[in-house]
Design a protein around this ligand. Structure first.
Ligand SMILES: [Zn+2]
Length: 376
């Protein structure tokens, strides 16, 4: 099968994160078994009760220890939702040297390239264990990869994590953290504000201080990133019940993206310190902080052999990504992890996402050489 045929079959299986990924996993399992891989499913139920499956397929060599994987190729099976008006979302369509379809770019192109690369290799020559790893629920927080890292199905030396990077190896990524903050006040008629305490004024004082925290974060720089420091954002705010009521509650979200080397709770602790300070000035100041998400940053060292290999193969210097990936989960399994794949992240997640055919074919060649280089 050609890489385009495989991609067409993958795109035809609806695997948006809201659905079970059982169908696409069954398809991938059959393809891996036909190649002689030993497959194992890691199923779990998501919060809606839908079955989500991570699949690990190992090509175990007699010389190598089964539990130690030399190279893992990792692709997430889920996609973001698509607009019902995009009638060809599940039908791979070619135009102008590009292949269009939901997931064509993010990240079924990488999965198709991995399968095609493996099918073109004489697997009898493998001396080190090769793994294919297919995960669930990447698009809603890398949930499948985190489950898999907890299950510790193998230790890996190197991992290529598929994501659209226009075939540039990405060796580091910022973390992603989110907190929901609720500030309480006391409702009163707005004609008599002294009878209450405005949660909105209190939240505003805290947000002013958070803006100062953001300025201080600029002094810790990591030159590989743009911008080179931890950033934060108050993206949503909501509070009060009416224009003539002193607000009893105000809620806002605080999001921050950490540079490698900074713990995910570093910002949270700075914000808590500001809350403590405000409480000293206003003993009635009540604030609840719910840490909703803490995805760690990652960094694979610039002189890792995998980074070198992919820089040479792609003819591109390694870079960094600002979006969340499954790389930290692979690092948790012992791997040097690099994010790499065909297609451009800027066209992912939108109606009409596509992968350029020449990049798809180059990815097949680079993955084939990666397997031969690491596992032969
Ligand atoms: Zn992706």
């Amino acid at each position: 099968m050609t890489v385009e045929q495989t991609l067409a079959e993958l795109v035809s299986i609806d695997s948006v994160s809201a659905l079970s990924n059982a169908e696409i996993i069954s398809y991938l399992e059959a393809r891996c078994e036909a190649l002689g891989f030993t497959v194992k499913r890691f199923p779990h139920l998501d919060e809606t009760g839908a079955e989500k499956i991570n699949l690990v397929a190992l090509q175990i060599t007699s010389q190598a220890e089964a539990a130690t994987v030399e190279l893992a190729l990792v692709g997430h099976t889920d996609t973001v939702p698509y607009d019902p008006a995009w009638s060809e979302a599940l039908k791979l369509t070619e135009s102008d040297g590009k292949l269009y379809g939901r997931g064509a770019c993010d990240t079924k192109a990488f999965i198709a390239a991995s399968l095609t690369a493996i099918e073109s290799i004489d697997l009898k020559k493998l001396k080190q264990t090769l793994a294919l790893v297919f995960t669930a629920d990447e698009e809603i927080g890398c949930l499948g990869a985190k489950c898999l890292a907890d299950a510790r199905p193998f230790n890996a030396r190197y991992a290529i994590v598929g994501e659209p990077t226009s075939l540039q190896p990405m060796r580091a990524g910022k973390g992603y953290c989110l907190a929901e903050i609720t500030v309480r006040g006391r409702e009163a008629h707005s004609a008599y504000p002294q009878l209450g305490a405005s949660a909105i004024f209190r939240a505003a004082r805290l947000i002013n201080r958070i803006e100062e925290v953001a300025k201080d974060l600029k002094s810790h720089a990591h030159a590989s990133f743009d911008p080179p420091f931890t950033t934060l954002n108050v993206g949503l705010i909501e509070g009060g019940t009416a224009k003539n009521i002193v607000a009893g509650e105000c809620r806002f979200t605080l999001e921050w993206r950490t540079i490698p080397g900074q713990e995910s709770d570093y910002v949270l602790n700075l914000v808590k310190r500001e809350v403590d300070d405000l409480q000293k000035l206003d003993p009635d100041f009540v604030c609840r902080i719910h840490a909703a998400r803490t995805d760690e940053s990652f960094e694979t060292r610039a002189d890792s052999p995998l980074v070198h290999f992919l820089e040479e193969s792609s003819n591109k210097p390694s870079g960094t990504v600002a979006f969340g990936t499954e790389a930290p989960s692979m690092i948790a399994l012992g791997a040097d992890a690099v994010v790499f794949g065909p297609g451009d992240i800027r066209v992912a997640h939108r109606t009409g996402e596509f992968v350029p055919i020449d990049e798809l074919n180059r990815c097949v060649a680079i993955l084939r050489r990666s397997i031969e280089h690491h596992c032969f």
